[in-house]
Design a protein around this ligand. Structure first.
Ligand code: NAD
Length: 250
């Protein structure tokens, strides 16, 4: 299927589901994980069991949060984020499933009830003991140059950002909603994900098996490319700059 045909399908559709990864935010200045120079080519992640069992690992994780949180606050949404927000305004967005933790979809105009953040969010901090929520601004401001890991003021439990670490259970409500949207999608569009992180990456396959038209927009091919009805291998910003005028009267 070529771009004109894909755009025609989008113009007629009402139940579009997007599935986004770190690639949609690189043009806002947030590095992804797996591109050359990406985060995991530079540093090893702190696993959940290490966070729970080791003060050294917690301090390392919070140190990194201090850096990434500042980065996420300084960046702004790009045409990828705002184009999805525009489709919601036209009543075409069933839902948005994201692996990202940067909050840019929300700032790009997508309503919170239309967003499932599979890997959680940096916009909240949670106590692992009692579940109390904290404002990340306040927690991070309390950490000086050198610090011990922050604790809950109610139960002295460990505080952790609302992101899902490697080795941590996936959030059940988010997984269920993502499953429902994937099965109901008329058109399912993957944007900027290498699709190597499971179980998140199974949703495009679920959507395709349930009858959705599957589109993939990514710089390089993913392992499910043969399933795609439409694919664009190139830059995400360039893709939306070409697509949006074709949707103008939708
Ligand atoms: P990934 O790094 O594995 O894959 C990103 C993909 O996007 C790559 O294939 C890359 O080539 C492509 N890409 C990058 N910039 C692009 C552009 N401008 N145009 C087209 N393609 C582009 O990321 P993933 O699939 O999301 O999975 C890894 C994990 O990374 C997720 O769990 C996510 O939580 C986490 N993560 C999130 C952020 C964020 O919130 N912005 C940043 C880094 C990592």
């Amino acid at each position: 299927m070529d771009l004109d045909e894909f755009a025609a399908r989008l113009r007629r559709a009402t139940d579009i589901v997007f599935f986004t990864g770190a690639g949609i935010s690189t043009e806002s200045g947030i590095p992804d994980f797996r591109s050359p120079g990406g985060k995991w080519s530079r540093m090893r992640p702190v696993y959940y069991d290490e966070f729970v069992s080791s003060e050294e690992a917690r301090v390392q994780a919070w140190q990194r949060k201090k850096e990434s949180y500042q980065l996420y606050k300084d960046v702004t949404p790009n045409i990828g984020h705002t184009s999805i927000g525009d489709l919601e305004k036209r009543g075409k967005l069933l839902g948005l499933i994201t692996q990202n933790i940067d909050g840019l979809h929300s700032r790009g105009g997508v309503s919170d009830e239309k967003i499932v953040e599979l890997h959680g969010s940096d916009r909240t901090v949670v106590c692992l003991g009692c579940g109390k929520l904290f404002d990340p601004d306040e927690v991070l401001a309390s950490l000086g140059e050198t610090f011990t890991s922050p604790r809950c003021d109610a139960c002295d439990g460990l505080l952790k950002t609302g992101t899902i670490s490697f080795g941590q259970a996936m959030p059940q409500a988010a997984m269920s909603q993502a499953q429902i949207w994937s099965e109901a999608a008329e058109i399912f569009i993957v944007v900027g994900s290498s699709l190597v992180v499971q179980p998140a990456a199974s949703f495009p396959v679920i959507a395709k098996q349930a009858g959705a038209l599957l589109a993939i927009v990514n710089r390089e091919p993913t392992h499910i490319e043969p399933l795609a009805d439409y694919s664009h291998q190139g830059e995400i910003g360039e893709f939306f700059r070409t697509l949006n005028p074709l949707l103008a009267d939708a």
